[in-house]
Design a protein around this ligand. Structure first.
Ligand SMILES: CC(C)(COP(=O)(O)OP(=O)(O)OC[C@H]1O[C@@H](n2cnc3c(N)ncnc32)[C@H](O)[C@@H]1OP(=O)(O)O)[C@@H](O)C(=O)NCCC(=O)NCCS
Length: 188
């Protein structure tokens, strides 16, 4: 994020895509910063390991579906949050390799083919930006004629309530490496 100025009160945010902003070099830098501010804290032994971690969670979405990589832009032009989407989970072979639990809810992929990850900069949370990004993505997927969208999170995470409020009213919980993961889905 550029500068340390606080966000303007009652700011209007616009939603664009990484594909649209591709020529603006600060966009990807801001996404990377938000990713690490939002990821579970962890130490990286080397810069390469840190890069691999980033690439594992964002690489597919950036390289293969930049048109479904939504950015929330605040009035000063800074990226306040992002949603990285994939509209065909079953077809995204690379994600089966990159994301360890990716196949866990595979039996739901036909009914809810699209999925996403979302993170907002801590400074811009609780201002409705996350909801706006999810609504924009659902609209996009509905326009493309997709039957449903899903997201996977930790069953104990605070964001479960956020997704439920966004209309994700189908859920299933499965055990994965000692943790309960929750599949949440919205039919379009
Ligand atoms: C979850 C998140 C994307 C929502 O975006 P947002 O712009 O803050 O959301 P909105 O303002 O539209 O809605 C507010 C709700 O977001 C959720 N939220 C806010 N801060 C959060 C945080 N630090 N961690 C998890 N969820 C949070 C809450 O459900 C909140 O409602 P509540 O205060 O009643 O619990 C954003 O808070 C975030 O980036 N959180 C941390 C990372 C994360 O959990 N990402 C999702 C991984 S699956």
């Amino acid at each position: 994020m550029n500068g340390n100025a606080p966000p303007a009160p009652d700011a209007d945010f616009t939603v664009t895509t990484l594909a649209t902003r591709a020529m603006e070099p600060d966009s990807w830098q801001a996404v990377e910063e938000i990713f690490f501010l939002s990821a579970a804290p962890r130490d990286f032994a080397t810069p390469n390991e840190r890069r691999e971690f980033l690439n594992r969670w964002t690489g597919y979405y950036l390289e293969c579906e930049p048109e479904n990589f939504l950015l929330a832009i605040e009035p000063r032009g800074r990226v306040a949050g992002y949603l990285s989407g994939c509209v065909d989970s079953r077809g995204a072979a690379r994600l089966y390799r990159d994301i360890p639990y990716f196949g866990l809810f595979e039996d739901y992929f036909a009914a809810y083919p699209a999925h996403f990850h979302i993170n907002c900069h801590p400074r811009f949370r609780n201002r409705g930006i996350g909801t706006t990004l999810v609504e924009a993505y659902l609209e996009r997927c509905a326009r493309d004629g997709l039957p449903g969208v899903h997201v996977v999170t930790a069953a104990a995470a605070r964001n479960v309530a956020f997704y439920r409020r966004c209309g994700f009213d189908v859920s299933a919980t499965r055990r994965w490496r000692g943790e309960d993961l929750m599949f949440l889905a919205a039919r379009l």
